[in-house]
Design a protein around this ligand. Structure first.
Ligand code: FDA
Length: 405
């Protein structure tokens, strides 16, 4: 199935539907497939010019479509229990079986992260083929007004005319990457039906530096090293990349979801090591070697040199007194870098917060305020770590709603 954006004047096969899904992203398409498989007449409507835009750009073009290690612990939400039911009922293995059935080759990169060997387009095509097989209709390039509840369902005015449905599934995603079609529509809709919202902010996003913190790292743009980033009780060991605006890389993207302006960021530059013991060994074995050259064995030379220009004294190891060595170790394990902000929704992979799960059934994703109204995917206050967890939530929550709507 391929979807050609139809002009608003092209008539739809019907104005009456069992299920209308707003948003043709990962969650919306999965919900449409699940509802279609139950024999429901389903229409998916999206204002963008093509479906699954975020799937297409995900995973560097190879779509990190799930994570084999998915558990509820990798999700942030005001209610950490909310995601449990849906994740348990549609697992990474279920999606892998679907991928295999479509003959899509994949590989594990690291940490349970599964990517297509080929292009992300294969995942979009999989979803379109599955939707087509059960008669799901799709309409792109179609703007939508806020729906109204009527006795037996919902009425929505769209660029394709006035539509009615018994069940309405909201899968309009979060605010990240507005240039890809992101909008606050799902939040406005939820508010209109009496839902509360958990304040939104950018997640999985590079952190920015300002003033002296930025100046000190200015020349290091492009340098990457292993760190353990910690904040508010969360820790991630992975790569950190210095950018021209601040810091990024997987360790920083992960910790950004736990960080807010003013929070302490803890960056261990010698992750997995006892820094003091290691420095003491270097002092004993190489007393004449300067600190920057010792450090350059564990991190890029340019980074070690800059550390020893700004934060640490550079001198032969034998000249460090025991307290000075302790100070150096402490600094290496808690590098005092102060982030000033994030790059915001422009580059964020996800939006934290969203529709409060308190007003939604964790089993079916149905609103507790409006029967027949469902919220799935990123529009809800459920946000995964980097590494395929967000798509797994989209598949699982989509399946939960599509099986009930
Ligand atoms: P999604 O945002 O995918 O879809 C929402 C749809 O609703 C869009 O098609 C949009 O056009 C439509 N819409 C919005 N407002 C509307 C309106 N007013 N009217 C009609 N339609 C409207 N995750 C992961 O697990 N692995 C990965 O590799 C990546 N990689 C990645 C890279 C980048 C650059 C980004 C930005 C994000 C990722 N993610 C990811 C995150 C992942 O893409 C995201 O969590 C899911 O796409 C969320 O799926 P949803 O279907 O909920 O929203």
């Amino acid at each position: 199935m391929s979807v050609v954006p139809a002009p608003a004047s092209t008539a739809l096969p019907s104005t009456e539907w069992d299920v209308i899904v707003l948003g043709a992203g990962a969650a919306g398409l999965m919900a449409a497939i699940a509802a279609g498989q139950r024999g429901r007449r389903v229409l998916v409507v999206d204002h963008a010019n093509k479906v699954g835009k975020k799937i297409l750009m995900s995973g560097g073009g190879h779509c990190n479509f799930t994570n084999t290690g998915t558990t509820p612990a990798q999700y942030l939400s005001d209610n950490p229990h909310f995601c449990k039911s849906a994740l348990a009922r549609y697992t990474p293995q279920d999606f892998i079986e679907l991928v295999d059935r479509h003959g899509i080759a994949w590989h594990e990169k690291e940490l349970g992260q599964l990517f297509c060997d080929g292009s992300s387009k294969q995942i979009v095509q999989l979803l379109l083929d599955e939707a087509d097989a059960v008669g799901v209709q799709l309409r792109t390039h179609c703007t939508v007004q806020l729906p109204r509840r009527v006795d037996d369902g919902y009425v929505i005015d769209t660029a394709a005319g006035r539509l009615r449905c018994a069940s309405l599934i909201v899968a309009t995603g979060g605010l990240s990457i507005p240039s890809m079609g992101a909008s606050g529509f799902g939040y406005d809709l939820a508010r209109g039906f009496g839902h509360t919202l958990v304040p939104t902010r950018a997640g999985l996003v590079p952190l920015t530096l300002s003033g002296k913190h930025q100046e000190r790292l200015d020349e290091l743009s492009g340098v990457a090293l292993d760190v353990e980033a910690g904040c508010n009780g969360a820790f991630f060991r992975n790569r950190m990349l210095v950018t021209h605006r601040g810091i990024s890389g997987p360790a920083i993207l992960q910790i950004s979801s736990y960080w807010q302006p003013g929070d302490d960021l803890r960056l261990d530059l010698l992750p997995g090591r006892d820094a003091l013991a290691w420095l003491q060994t270097q002092q004993a074995e190489r007393p004449g070697t300067e600190l920057k050259n010792v450090l350059a064995e564990l991190m890029p030379r340019r980074f070690a040199q800059r550390l020893c220009e700004i934060w640490l004294p550079n001198r032969p190891m034998k000249q460090f007194t025991p307290p000075q060595l302790q100070d150096a170790a402490a600094l290496l394990q808690a590098w005092p870098l102060v982030a000033s902000g994030t790059e915001g929704y422009r580059t964020a992979e996800v939006t934290l917060g969203g529709v409060d799960t308190g007003g939604v059934s964790s089993r079916t994703m149905e609103s507790q305020h409006a029967p027949g109204l469902y919220f799935i995917g990123e529009v809800l206050d459920v946000t995964g770590w980097l590494g395929g967890y967000n798509f797994q939530w989209a598949w699982a929550s989509g399946m939960a709603a599509g099986s009930a709507a």
